[in-house]
Write a protein that binds this ligand. Structure first.
Ligand code: PLP
Length: 448
């Protein structure tokens, strides 16, 4: 009714008047009315106009178990009534202890400790500060440069953001660029001129080896990589790349941090993808998002126990890792993560693995559209990249970004898309069925 519509308009006015949204441009900062969602159920969300939309990006790659799961809501309420909060400085709680053991059981052998944070950025920040601290304690305070990649995304805190390498990430922002070295993006679709597909992996590994020789292994503390780059456009690296980069790190005592903020908790069909998908054994694994299916802000870093043992045995038993968050090990976050893990282990991982080939092949078929240069992906994450033409494969540029335009058309047809300049990223809730994948692909075809 009109009273309801007036109330909704009032909400828009409140947001425009008082809300500063993430990633704004200065021309509309603090004065934006982004489309409001009112409700969610399963793979669907409902917008303020009452339209039901498939949640194509699962929020931000995070609503893995789907919206409105009563068992997740119930466990949060129960934990809030049992113990809503405790100081991680002075005390501990049951859910964080149990969750740590269950995560350790899924992580590669020996990666058996967890430091909890409030999300992905703080997880990455924690991993980096831990590397700095450990090298200070070991008496090698020079070994702190961080190697990341063009196209990567690791967060929005100062140091984690300094690692980012997507277009526009640094145009107007300060960063700790003196602490970071960026390697080429391992994107087989956009290789450097003159580098063939068969040589691409060698090229990328040689670049890293060169960087180590030039900067000096004694100055490089960590290499960080998303196993599959997510918001850089779902970049699946060439076969063997991750393993060979890992070997170079081991050779030069450089910590390998796998940033699994997106790829963990079922997105690639397993709790962690590092070992189970890529045969990797990183020194640290950062996670967030899907750990609670987005029901509570929680993240963390898995840390190889060996690294902690080295610190316990060092000559500096008084050296303090002066790092911790009020909400580290939050009991409600850990409790909902445990229930979420029950759901994943209780058939959802298996389901995700079972439907992913249908998902990939239905989206891949969109490559016959003239605007589409490439559809790529793995598991339940995929990217549709639009090009000006199929010969140059130059990114398609329009007055309104093509990703936003496709999102607009798809929303009319019942699908929410995550637009990324000339690309659209899809990462639906893992509960999606084959028939719902068909709906999604049909809408994308018409929308594009
Ligand atoms: N790392 C990766 C790979 C991400 O995709 C993201 C967020 O999208 C982050 C880190 C940062 O996580 P958060 O936004 O929870 O701080």
């Amino acid at each position: 009714g009109s009273a309801g519509e007036e109330a909704k308009d009032e909400l828009t006015r409140l947001a425009e008047g008082h809300l500063v949204q993430p990633w704004p441009v200065s021309g509309s900062i603090g004065a934006e009315a982004r489309g409001r969602l009112e409700a969610g159920e399963g793979i669907y969300v409902t917008d303020a106009a009452g339209r039901r939309l498939i949640d194509g990006p699962a929020g931000m790659w995070c609503v893995n178990a789907g919206h409105r799961r009563k068992e997740l809501a119930d466990v949060m309420a129960a934990q809030a009534m049992e113990l809503s909060y405790n100081s991680p400085w002075y005390t501990t709680n049951a859910p964080s202890a149990i969750l740590s053991k269950r995560l350790a059981d899924h992580a590669p052998q020996g990666v058996d400790h967890v430091f909890y944070t409030t999300g992905g950025s703080s997880a990455v920040e924690t991993a980096l500060r831990f590397m700095q601290f450990a090298n200070n304690v070991k008496g090698r305070g020079e070994k702190k440069l961080i190697v990341s990649r063009q196209g990567g995304y690791h967060g929005s805190t100062y140091l984690s953001a300094s690692l980012n390498g997507r277009p526009r990430d640094h145009d107007w922002m300060d960063s700790a660029s003196d602490q970071v070295i960026k390697l080429a993006c391992p994107n087989p679709f956009r290789r450097p001129d003159g580098v063939g597909a068969a040589e691409f992996c060698d090229y990328l590994v040689a670049e890293f080896r060169n960087v180590i020789e030039t900067a000096g292994a004694e100055r490089i503390g960590a290499f960080i990589a998303e196993p599959v780059m997510a918001s850089g456009g779902v970049i699946v690296p060439p076969d063997g790349y991750l393993f060979r980069m890992r070997e170079l790190c081991r050779e030069h005592d450089i910590l390998f941090i796998a940033d699994e903020v997106v790829t963990a908790f079922g997105r690639l069909g397993h709790v962690f993808a590092s070992q189970d998908v890529f045969g990797l054994d990183p020194d640290m694994i950062t996670f967030a998002k899907g750990v609670t299916s987005g029901y509570f802000p929680l993240g963390g870093v898995m840390i190889a126990g060996r690294l902690l043992e080295e610190l316990r045995r060092s000559n500096h038993s008084e050296a303090m890792f002066a790092h911790g968050l009020t909400y580290s090990s939050h009991p409600i976050g850990c409790a909902v993560a445990l229930k979420n893990l029950d759901i994943l282990e209780g058939g959802l991982l298996e389901h995700a693995r079972a439907v992913s080939s249908h998902f990939q092949s239905r989206l891949k078929a969109l490559e016959d559209l003239p605007l589409v240069g490439e559809v790529r992906g793995m598991g339940l994450m995929a990217c549709i990249e639009c090009v000006a033409d199929r010969v140059s494969n130059n990114p398609l540029t329009l007055d309104l970004e093509v990703g936003k335009r496709i999102d607009g058309h798809c929303q009319e047809l019942g699908l929410l898309v995550r637009p990324l300049i000339n690309m659209c990223v899809m990462s639906p809730p893992l509960t999606i069925t084959q028939a719902q994948i068909d709906d999604m692909a049909d809408i994308l075809r018409r929308g594009i």
